[in-house]
Design a protein around this ligand. Sequence first.
Ligand SMILES: C[S@@+](CC[C@H](N)C(=O)[O-])C[C@H]1O[C@@H](n2cnc3c(N)ncnc32)[C@H](O)[C@@H]1O
Length: 263
Amino acid sequence: MPVLVFPIRTWTVARQVWSTTRLTVSWLFTRTEFANYAYPISQRNRNHFAWFVAEACRTPVDEVLGYFDEIESNADLRRALEASAVSLGRRRELDREFSLGRRLSWYAAVRIHKPRLVVETGTEKGFGSAVIAAALTRNGEGHLVTIDIEPSAGGLLEGGSDDVVTRVTMDSVAYLQGIGDPIDLLILDSDHSEHHEQAELESATPHLSPNAIVISDNCHVTDVLANWSRSGGRRFLYCHERPEGHWYSGVGTGISVVREPRN
Ligand SMILES: C[S@@+](CC[C@H](N)C(=O)[O-])C[C@H]1O[C@@H](n2cnc3c(N)ncnc32)[C@H](O)[C@@H]1O
């Protein structure tokens, strides 16, 4: 029996491998992105992210979907990103369809939670920072500090968002150890090693405000946020991106929230 079904099993695997190979070859010759890839996610996946945020933030899913629509139709943000990308000469590195992927969940979390201080570790081009800044601007309050070890990071933020964003060039752990203000929303997206994520979280913990939300884009790689949530008596939820038309298997976003929010 195993010998008889072997060709069928081989055919099933070959179809899967061929599909990824086709996307990989096309990507190699048509895109120039080097890291932190940009891609649309499926409509179903977008729905999953909406439920993910709704459950984490105890908010009706229709409200969350409204925030997703709001950022996706934000023409000012789109124009600002395109202008910065062109001036950086990096247009082709960006998502041509302005797809935010997991960052939709960051936007909605900021819109719902109304943080006074958001800290993002890992600025890179500044795509996530621009999305968070748009949410803070829409809230009419709050500030983002985004940290990257590379002095060249944040190019997409040039010429805009200065009133709501502070860019910091240093190691994120060192910055978090010395931060003076309480952090209401922390987004971990820098060095994706387990050791660094753990160090970031330990450094930030004494500085988190009582109802702080912590998001990590590393939860497909480590259990750091899940374990930290368990030991701190928090709730932890996970959602994995399903990129469309891209060979990359997507990022796993984890969110950690307090069990009972304090007033
Ligand atoms: C995945 S990218 C960040 C993506 C960004 N948050 C976004 O939404 O597009 C990771 C960034 O972390 C930065 N990084 C790596 N190690 C770091 C460290 N020790 N401290 C601060 N930033 C670091 C890298 O230079 C890189 O730009």
